[in-house]
Design a protein around this ligand. Structure first.
Ligand code: CS2
Length: 509
């Protein structure tokens, strides 16, 4: 550990803090907002002011504002942290400015982003998010609250009506805390005030994120006593376009603060690092919007093929690499794919298992997988496996189970998927095993651990008990009995043998 003073020096504490007033003092070669951030009008309300939002949409919005010239100034973002005030506390003193560092093996490109016109801490906000949503200036509401923030039943994608947080929002309608409760309250207020409701744009990795969010908000509206047809009004009046978002943005750490200080010459306590790659595919919608094309966004009529390819190839692979990599003691995704056996394993998983379920030609699939492997190897991105492994029970259904089901129906091989699922289950079984560094984080972690403890080393029983959880895995799989036996065998193998050998075997089979 560093002495606090060393820490201060490395974090550039003796440097001037990044603010709108000091922006001009940034090193000359660093890219700055091509507009005056103080002149922005916030017409986008964002829920979830995390690193992904700042690495993806906020940066794309900066490009859009710049591309539109003076007209772009109407596209400022009011970005809200929904729970903790850590991010607001860092961004308030910086007037919402932060440094974005795009990193790869060729170096780092730093840019100061100014599109966050206002930073909001929802629990202490005097205006309140529903009122902000209903404000006539708000044209678009974007969300990055992660898959578990939607409080959906994993296998059906419908709102968990009896979740404690949903019940709490129904009990205190004036102060909703959940994203779905906030949207429903804001839309109810908009209906009361009149005027065109904002477009609601989910930027999370859910299957059919627009339709799914719309259904969840309508489900919530139907639970409100005397809502006077709110859900029907939402169905008829509010657009929820589908989107596919893609950019790898790890959780920022101290090294980012040091690098930002060095590159910008200003003290920034809220920098973000990301890969250079960015993709954003948005279902075309009616009404004004920023010129996000300037950042490479594509507006299309059907997002589904893009979304499936991304969720299955990237997010699905991330899960397998995280669970298996962690069991092999590898801390990051790059460390994991740098192992030649893991590289071959994940390439096979993408080409033969996930890829077989996608509507891509062989050469499109090959191109996608090649580029993705390059991205996963990016040595400048420290994407920790136990971050990616979080909340697996919420993510499995779309990323792994849906393609697995299709492969089983078609009689195709699912050995890599099976080994990955077994590795996920091992995270819960191995909790007290020395040598594993896995930090468990899952809404159902306690139940899974209790189950593993109860069943002990009867691996077939463990496999069958997990697959029986329909809320996570969905209804019985095709050839269910055989899948249980294979998952049980994989669990036993992970118990008895070195995970690296099993990965190598699956890759070579
Ligand atoms: C990751 C994603 O944590 C996860 O689930 O798979 O955050 C991933 O990095 C992004 O979707 C990349 O676009």
């Amino acid at each position: 550990t560093l002495h606090p003073l060393d820490h201060d020096r490395m974090a550039g504490k003796t440097l001037t803090r990044l603010t709108r007033d000091t922006l001009d003092a940034a090193h000359a070669d660093i890219r700055r907002p091509g507009y005056d951030p103080a002149a922005l009008v916030p017409s986008i309300l964002h829920l979830g002011c995390g690193a992904f939002h700042r690495g993806h949409q906020a940066w794309a919005t900066q490009r859009a504002i710049e591309a539109e010239g003076a007209g772009g100034l109407r596209w400022g973002i009011a970005s809200a942290a929904l729970r903790r005030r850590t991010t607001p506390d860092l961004l308030w003193p910086q007037d919402g400015l932060y440094t974005l560092m795009r990193r790869d093996e060729t170096g780092t490109k730093a840019e100061i982003v100014g599109s966050l016109a206002e930073i909001v801490h929802a629990p202490s906000d005097a205006i309140g998010l529903p009122a902000r949503l209903a404000d006539e200036r708000t044209r678009i509401v974007t969300l990055t609250v992660t898959a578990d923030g939607y409080l959906l039943e994993p296998s059906t994608g419908r709102l968990q009506a009896d979740h404690a947080a949903i019940r709490a929002d129904l009990d205190t309608p004036a102060q909703p805390q959940t994203p779905v409760g906030i949207l429903a309250a804001g839309l109810a207020e908009k209906r009361r005030l009149g005027g065109t409701p904002p477009v609601i744009l989910s930027c999370d990795n859910l299957a059919a994120n627009g339709r799914t969010l719309r259904q969840a908000v309508m489900d919530f509206a139907d639970l409100i006593p005397h809502s006077d047809g709110l859900s029907g009004w939402i169905a008829a009046n509010v657009q929820f376009p589908e989107t596919m978002v893609d950019r790898i943005v790890p959780v920022p750490g101290d090294a980012d603060i040091e690098d930002a200080a060095r590159l910008a010459g200003l003290r920034d306590l809220a920098p973000v690092s990301c890969e250079p790659f960015l993709q954003w595919v948005i279902e075309a919608f009616d009404g004004p919007r920023p010129a996000w094309e300037a950042a490479g966004a594509q507006f299309v009529t059907d997002v589904a093929p893009f979304e499936q390819a991304k969720l299955r190839l990237l997010n699905g692979s991330h899960m397998l690499l995280a669970y298996l990599g962690a069991l092999a003691g590898l801390p990051t995704i790059a460390d994991t794919v740098d192992d030649p056996d893991f590289h071959r394993f994940i390439e096979r998983f993408m080409l033969r298992e996930q890829g077989a379920t996608l509507s891509l030609s062989e050469s499109e699939l090959g191109g996608y997988v090649g580029e993705l492997l390059h991205r996963l190897h990016n040595p400048a991105i420290r994407h920790e496996v136990d971050r990616i492994g979080r909340n697996g029970s919420v993510k499995l259904a779309t990323r792994l189970m849906a393609p697995m089901r299709e492969n089983l129906l078609a009689g195709r091989d699912v050995r890599c998927t099976t080994l990955g699922l077994a590795a996920w289950i091992r995270w819960f079984a191995l909790r007290d095993t020395s040598g594993t560094e896995v930090r468990l984080n899952d809404p159902q972690a306690a139940d899974f651990r209790a189950l593993c403890e109860r069943i002990g080393e009867n691996f077939d029983a463990q496999a069958s008990a997990f697959l029986d959880m329909e809320e996570v895995f969905g209804p019985p799989l095709p050839n269910h009995g055989r899948v249980v036996a294979e998952l049980g065998a994989a669990l036993r193998a992970l118990h008895e043998r070195d995970v690296r050998d099993l990965v190598a075997e699956a890759a070579a089979a």
